[in-house]
Design a protein around this ligand. Structure first.
Ligand code: HSE
Length: 298
């Protein structure tokens, strides 16, 4: 069996709607082998589809088809450390895991660029799938079905304090409330801030992040799905966040912090939320992953 490790990802980073994403040091593990049939299980008891609708299986089958081959079947064992439907790229991790594993079984006929394009084609936007494949902080643009992307490392002092609520939010629902059209000043507002975000994270000029996370394209419309969002944002800035944003389509909330901020989040964040009767949230302190998906033979 091979083991494919795929990182969690945080898309948008506030202002970079459907274009910015970062890989994080939280991983799903997928053990896979070609098999005469479909056998799918999870090692951690997380409930996963056990038939052709399983996203790992479906993506692997799609890659075989792209290569003009027929997938004989797969045995898959999943370990899902990335929580589902929390804005941390769990579905992208499945898509990327299936593609990378299947590509390996066929002797790697698809290049990284081919995988990036195919993963985006399956997911519908590139901001989770591309960093899941490549690692790092990734800027992506779509042109004629092809993803143009650049991955850069993130300044090493940066940590990501991820607050994960005890409820799910489906991406389709969170996308369904967005307007079809925006005003020019709102477009400029986001363009300038997303450009600032990549430069600030790359260079470590953290003082720019509070402005760089601001957004008028999606977060204001999604706030209603996260009842305690205002309290969590306020607390995060009290604890030293440089910039706080809804991760991907939500509902997790990420604060970009340094070492000191990370320690303060670990000591105080969950207690302070409990005091405000905001219960059931989890905290993970993560770093940027710079490698992306990887295949191991265990
Ligand atoms: N850019 C996407 C969105 C990420 O905000 O809807 C979620 O998959």
């Amino acid at each position: 069996m091979i083991r494919v490790q795929v990182p969690a990802t945080s898309a948008n980073l506030g202002s970079g709607f459907d274009s910015l994403g970062i890989a994080l040091t939280m991983y799903n593990q997928i053990w896979m082998e070609e098999y005469d049939g479909i056998e799918i299980s999870s090692r951690d008891g997380v409930c996963v589809p056990k038939d052709e609708n399983n996203l790992i299986y479906w993506s692997a089958k799609r890659l075989y088809e792209e290569c003009g081959k027929k997938l004989p079947g797969l045995r898959i064992e999943q370990q899902n450390d990335i929580p589902m439907a929390r804005g941390l790229g769990s579905s992208s991790a499945c898509i990327v895991g299936g593609l990378v594993g299947a590509n390996r079984f066929l002797g790697n006929p698809l290049s990284m660029q081919d995988l990036v394009n195919l993963a985006c084609n399956i997911e519908g936007h590139p901001d989770n799938t591309t960093p899941a494949l490549c690692g790092g902080l990734v800027t992506s643009a779509m042109e004629a079905g092809r993803v143009h992307s650049v991955s850069v490392p993130v300044a090493t002092a940066i940590r990501f304090a991820v607050l994960i609520p005890p409820f799910e939010l489906k991406t389709e629902v969170a996308r369904g409330v967005l307007p079809q059209e925006y005003r020019r000043e709102d477009a400029v507002y986001n363009l300038s801030r997303s450009a600032l975000m990549t430069a600030a994270l790359f260079s470590g000029s953290l003082e720019n992040l509070r402005v760089a996370v601001q957004d008028r394209l999606h977060q204001p419309y999604r706030a209603k799905f996260i009842p305690d969002m205002d309290s969590v944002f306020r607390l995060s800035y009290e604890l030293g966040s440089y910039g706080t944003y809804i991760s991907g389509a939500g509902p997790s909330i990420i604060s970009i912090v340094d070492d000191v901020g990370a320690r303060d989040f670990e000591r105080y964040a969950l207690n302070h939320l409990e005091e405000k009767e905001i219960r059931g949230w989890k905290l993970e302190i993560l770093q940027a992953d710079s490698h992306g998906a990887a295949v191991y033979i265990d």
